[in-house]
Design a binder for this molecule. Structure first.
Ligand SMILES: Nc1ncnc2c1ncn2[C@@H]1O[C@H](COP(=O)(O)OP(=O)(O)OP(=O)(O)O)[C@@H](O)[C@H]1O
Ligand SMILES: [Mg+2]
Length: 461
């Protein structure tokens, strides 16, 4: 049942409309003037207003404008006299859903009202969904109380409303995509599309057309024109995931798209203006890729106007209990499930290589396999509760015990470098930051101590 307000200074016409719409099962209220209608609108919410245009005092046009101002979700149908088509056009421009000319028959009236109400339902559903999505990707869903995550939140907040490109780095499963979405949904582009493209998941031949679109017939299988992601994300945000996997020739084309703000579809000559904000993510060490000639330095600086680094879960063990509580709440049904202290401690100490994603999967599995509403240490997978992995955890900080016979400074340095590399997932830029030395110094020392650039095979899987 919808709520409809019928406005007409002509009492008999008002009654006819009222009668017909009530017959359709709607709750119908009436008003004899624009002023009366306004006060009814102030008191209650209506899905639809059906109003005559010509009325003494406040006319239908004024009423229409007031409705669109104060309750844009309320649809308006105007009734015009025969031969006043200009008025009707004017009303449509001001936001009326449709107009009906007098004299009209009941079927025409009912049909138009049905259409307007269907549209109204879709519109308010749309508004509701958008609100929901906005809420979902606010910060409520990104859990983290550690200083590292707080720094990420502050950065997201600061950068969201600009159009600056953001490069989000971090190990797999640290929440890079989550942060990209948070940036989009906190920006002024929130109502426009957020599109993600995984550069690693699409073969080279298709990637270019995915990005820039193609013209019909430009290659076998191009049976019609296709829009690229740059174009589809118009006004919104384009998230280029796994940017480190982008083939070098496409890097040049992306750079051009960013610099000139225009793209050329595959097989086309015309250039299209594009307005999409670019966010990119990678779990690779792009600086290393640049050194090895696999990534363009100029593109790197274009993308990393603002770099955001997602800390690994090992670096912020205090976030583990929060995340555990978050996933328990999200994944368990109505009955609350808890994790006892011993089990929590084991979870906290475990060096999550797959980061938050691995933790999430672990909790999901525990919930399926659990035998009671309390998860104990014994319920945890072997690799998590076995104490042998514990010392590897982030807790294994450096407390030096000086052996009586002394120790080699160089050995200690080598051990520190190895530990920094291990903690950073062998990402040299991160390891260097961790050790507070420039990256080239780290590389120099690694060479000196004969430390390989990539992790030795054993103990990495
Ligand atoms: N801080 C967090 N709070 C809550 N959930 C998180 C958090 N970080 C990550 N997650 C969850 O972990 C999973 C992985 O996150 P996401 O896909 O954003 O990671 P990613 O860094 O993009 O990983 P990859 O490099 O493998 O693509 C998702 O289910 C996400 O919802
Ligand atoms: Mg991702």
């Amino acid at each position: 049942m919808s709520r409809i307000l019928v406005v007409d200074d002509d009492a008999s016409l008002r009654r006819i409309v009222e009668y017909n719409l009530a017959e359709e099962g709607h709750a119908v209220a009436t008003a004899g003037s624009g002023e009366e209608a306004l006060s009814a609108l102030e008191k209650a919410r209506f899905d639809l207003v059906v109003t005559d245009i010509k009325m003494p005092g406040m006319d239908g046009m004024d009423l229409l404008r007031k409705v669109k101002e104060s309750a844009p979700e309320t649809q308006v149908i105007v009734i015009t006299a025969f031969g006043t088509i200009e008025m009707a056009v004017e009303a449509m421009k001001a936001g009326a859903f449709e107009y009906i000319t007098k004299p009209f028959n009941r079927d025409e009236l009912k049909l138009t009202v049905r259409k307007a109400l269907r549209f109204q339902t879709l519109e308010s559903e749309n508004v509701r969904l958008k609100r929901e999505v906005t809420r979902k990707f606010g910060f409520e869903n990104i859990v983290g109380d550690s200083s590292q995550m707080q720094a990420v939140f502050r950065l997201v907040e600061k950068v969201a409303d600009s159009d600056a490109s953001v490069l989000i780095t971090g190990e797999s499963g640290t929440g890079k995509e989550l942060v990209a979405r948070a940036i989009h949904y906190r920006s002024s582009r929130a109502q426009r599309p957020f599109l993600a493209l995984n550069c690693a998941a699409i073969p080279r031949e298709l990637l270019e057309s995915e990005l820039f679109g193609h013209k019909k017939g430009s290659f076998t299988g191009a049976i019609r024109d296709k829009k690229g992601k740059f174009e589809e994300a118009q006004g919104g945000t384009l998230f280029l995931d796994e940017i480190g996997e982008l083939p070098i020739d496409l890097q040049a084309k992306i750079l051009r798209a960013l610099q000139e703000r225009e793209v050329t579809p595959v097989g086309g000559n015309d250039v299209l203006k594009v307005d999409a904000r670019i966010l990119a993510a990678t779990n690779r060490d792009l600086e290393e890729a640049i050194e090895e000639g696999r990534f363009r330095e100029d593109l790197y600086y274009r993308l990393a106007v603002v770099p955001i680094h997602m800390p690994s879960l090992r670096e912020r063990p205090d976030d583990v209990p929060l995340l555990v509580a978050h996933f328990l709440k999200e994944l368990s049904g109505k009955k609350p499930v808890t994790v006892d202290r011993d089990a929590m401690e084991a979870l906290r100490r475990y060096p999550w290589k797959g980061n938050v994603r691995e933790l999430e999967n672990t909790i999901e599995r525990l919930l399926i396999l659990r035998e009671s509403d309390t998860i104990r240490r014994d319920d945890l997978p072997e690799k998590i509760c076995s104490p042998s992995t514990a010392p590897e955890g982030p807790e294994a900080g450096f407390t030096f015990t000086f052996p009586p016979e002394g120790f080699g400074l160089e050995e200690a340095e080598r051990a520190l470098i190895l530990e920094a590399l291990r903690r950073s997932g062998w990402n040299q830029s991160r390891a260097a930051q961790f050790l507070r030395v420039p990256r080239h110094i780290l590389l120099y020392r690694m060479e000196k101590f004969d430390i390989p650039r990539r992790p030795p095979e054993e103990g990495t899987g």
